[in-house]
Structure formats: structure tokens, C-alpha cells
Design a protein around this ligand. Structure first.
Ligand SMILES: NC(=O)c1ccc[n+]([C@@H]2O[C@H](COP(=O)([O-])OP(=O)(O)OC[C@H]3O[C@@H](n4cnc5c(N)ncnc54)[C@H](OP(=O)(O)O)[C@@H]3O)[C@@H](O)[C@H]2O)c1
Length: 313
């Protein structure tokens, strides 16, 4: 097996995938790339290289991807920059002689999907298809951990989840299943060349059903209250979140630059049915049934989102 480049290796998904690959083969050749290589230095096995690379600095990527056979391209997070960043990564992969890119896309890819992040990933999928490189797309559904700890847990205080998701359904995916699927693909990439996988959990749920699960798991009633997109934007205005992305806006506490148009269009996409995607691909890839939202919620309910350890879910 040739060298695998993990780009975005310092993040949660990158760390999980790195651990699974090392557990499968301690001698595996991996290059771990991010803007913050100091977060990666704990990996000391002989096959591991740790390199700084920034999606906004093409030269850094050319150097970082050298010697790679397969690139696990974990996309950046910032709307407005992500498409160009992914184009830089694709160009650097070509420059490095990489044959195959495994790309983290998003569920609900469709030219009419109103979610701004889905538009980015749709464009990046087109760019990858046009690049002449081999590809595998992992279209990851909304993480169960985000639903559990960012949407449900904060609603315990008020007892309400108010969103512009109407009666739309989605099949949240456990991060463990997303990571295990990605690692399995990376261990035998030729088997997955050209595949487009929908990485989903095992069941489609409305937010009313999600609120019900949250109520049972936490032992506190939570009610889902659908609101309009305009009402949701007004709420985000009231807590100081800008409407649109602006490259000069200050990053939030997690270092990302969120704007309410990205958040609300993602909710509208759920309302309009673009996330009504349920697949058997996790089982197909990994041989294991994906985890239910209830099970993830029970595991992580008392841990802040950014402190969920990989082994918990
Ligand atoms: N399905 C979902 O619910 C969902 C939710 C959120 C995100 N996502 C997607 O899932 C993927 C990763 O998720 P995650 O939980 O691992 O996110 P994460 O923990 O925030 O990790 C993001 C990674 O991207 C790297 N990165 C960001 N900007 C970069 C740049 N300009 N140049 C180089 N590296 C950069 C970060 O590294 P440094 O900061 O160290 O450079 C980090 O390693 C991303 O593709 C993201 O868009 C999916």
C-alpha cells in the first residue's frame, strides 16, 4: 500500500481516521497535514510524517502531498473560501502524482439544494470529477454528535428546539461510523474508486422525533417548534451572528466563521427534503450496522461537543 495523505488531520475526523489506520497497520505510511502540525506531533511511528499545509497556500500543499498515493481530503469549513481551497488541494494532488482523492462531501448533493455548504460541495465534486484524478465521495450526513450536543442539549434549558426545518427528515450519522467508513475506504482505495457513498445513520427522523428522543435520553421534556426561515434569521440577528460571510469577520470561539445564511439554508434544505437520504453504505463499506442517534446521544450527552473523545462514540 502506498503513502496515504490525510489533509485536515488535526481535526476530529482526521484524528479518528488516523487512529483507525494505525490500529489496522502500525507500519502504515501516513502523512498528516494541517495548518497546526503541533497538534499532530504525538504520532511518532516510523511511517508517519507530519507536515504543515494550508489550503490557502498552494506551495505548502505541493510540498505536503509529495510522495502520496491517495489523498484523504477533509474539506475546510469556511463558506466563501472552501471551493477555492479544494481546488488548490486538487491541483497539489496532481502536482504530487497522487492518483486518488477520497473527499468528504455532504449529504443532499443536488444542484437545487438551497444549503450554501451543499452548493460548495456540489461544485467541489464537479471539480474533482473534471480533474482527471480518481475519486471517492463520502457524502456525510449531519453528525449525530452535532444534533445531540449542539442542537438538543442546549434546548434543555428552554424546553424548545425552534428551527426552520419544518417536517423534513434526515438520517444523522455517528462520527464513529463516518470515520470507520473513511478509514476502510483508505485501506483499500482501489475497491472504492469512482464510488459515491451516502454515509447515513440507520433511520430517518424529523426534528419532532429527535426532540422526543432527546426528552427520553435526558429525562426532560423538549418540544420541537418549527419556525420560518425569516424568524430563524431574526433569532441569529438577535445573538449577533452576521447574515452573510465576510472574509474580514472575526472567527467564532471554535475558529470558524459562521454566518446565519449558511445555518438557515441548511435548515431549509432539510425542510425541503434534500436530506431525506437513507442508505446502507456504512454497512456495505464497514460490514457493521450504523449507530442509532439515541445510542450516540446516550454516550455523549454529558460531554461538551468539542471534548467528545473518539472512543465514546
Ligand atoms: N456532516 C457534518 O455534520 C459535518 C459537520 C461539520 C463539519 N463537517 C465536515 O467534516 C469534515 C471534518 O470535520 P471535523 O469534525 O473533523 O472538523 P474539524 O475538527 O473542525 O477539523 C477540520 C480540519 O480541517 C483543517 N483545516 C481547516 N482549514 C484549513 C486550511 N485552510 N488548510 C489546511 N487545513 C485546514 C483543520 O486543521 P487546522 O485548523 O489545524 O489547520 C482541521 O484539521 C469537514 O469536511 C467539514 O466540512 C461535517
Amino acid at each position: 500500500m502506498g503513502r496515504i495523505i490525510i489533509s485536515g488531520a488535526s481535526g476530529d475526523l482526521g484524528r479518528r481516521v488516523t487512529e483507525i489506520l494505525l490500529a489496522a497497520d502500525p507500519d502504515i505510511e501516513l502523512t498528516l497535514v494541517s495548518r497546526t502540525p503541533e497538534k499532530l506531533y504525538k504520532h511518532k511511528t516510523p511511517g508517519i510524517r507530519v507536515v504543515r499545509g494550508d489550503y490557502q497556500e498552494p506551495d505548502s500543499l505541493n510540498a505536503a502531498y509529495a510522495g502520496g498515493e491517495v489523498l484523504f481530503l477533509i474539506s475546510g469549513l469556511n463558506l466563501g473560501r472552501r471551493v477555492a481551497e479544494t481546488q488548490n488541494a486538487i491541483a497539489a494532488a496532481k502536482h504530487a502524482g497522487i492518483h486518488h482523492i477520497v473527499y468528504t462531501s455532504v449529504g443532499g448533493i443536488h444542484p437545487n439544494n438551497p444549503a450554501l455548504s451543499a452548493k460548495d460541495h456540489y461544485q467541489s465534486e464537479l471539480d474533482l470529477r473534471a480533474s482527471g484524478l480518481g475519486y471517492t465521495f463520502l457524502r456525510n450526513a449531519l453528525y449525530s454528535e452535532i444534533i445531540s450536543n449542539i442542537l438538543v442539549a442546549p434546548a434543555l434549558a428552554s424546553g424548545f428546539i425552534s428551527q426552520a426545518t419544518a417536517e423534513g427528515r434526515l438520517a444523522p450519522a455517528a462520527k464513529a461510523d463516518v470515520a470507520r467508513s473513511a478509514a476502510t475506504v483508505l485501506l483499500e482505495p482501489a475497491k472504492h474508486l469512482g464510488a459515491v457513498y451516502e454515509i447515513t445513520g440507520p433511520e430517518l427522523l424529523t426534528f419532532e422525533e429527535i426532540a422526543h428522543i432527546g426528552s427520553e435520553v435526558h429525562g426532560t421534556p423538549i418540544k420541537y417548534v418549527p419556525i420560518s426561515a425569516d424568524q430563524r434569521l431574526t433569532f441569529f440577528d438577535s445573538i449577533g451572528i452576521p447574515r452573510t460571510y465576510d472574509p474580514s469577520m472575526p472567527p467564532s470561539a471554535d475558529g470558524h466563521m459562521w454566518a446565519s445564511d449558511e445555518l438557515v439554508t441548511a435548515e431549509v434544505a432539510i425542510a425541503e427534503g434534500y436530506q431525506t437520504v437513507l442508505s446502507g453504505h456504512v454497512k456495505l463499506i464497514t460490514g457493521r450496522n450504523p449507530e442509532y442517534l439515541r445510542s450516540v446521544m446516550e454516550s455523549v450527552k454529558s460531554v461538551p461537543y468539542d471534548q467528545i473523545p473518539a472512543e465514546v462514540s
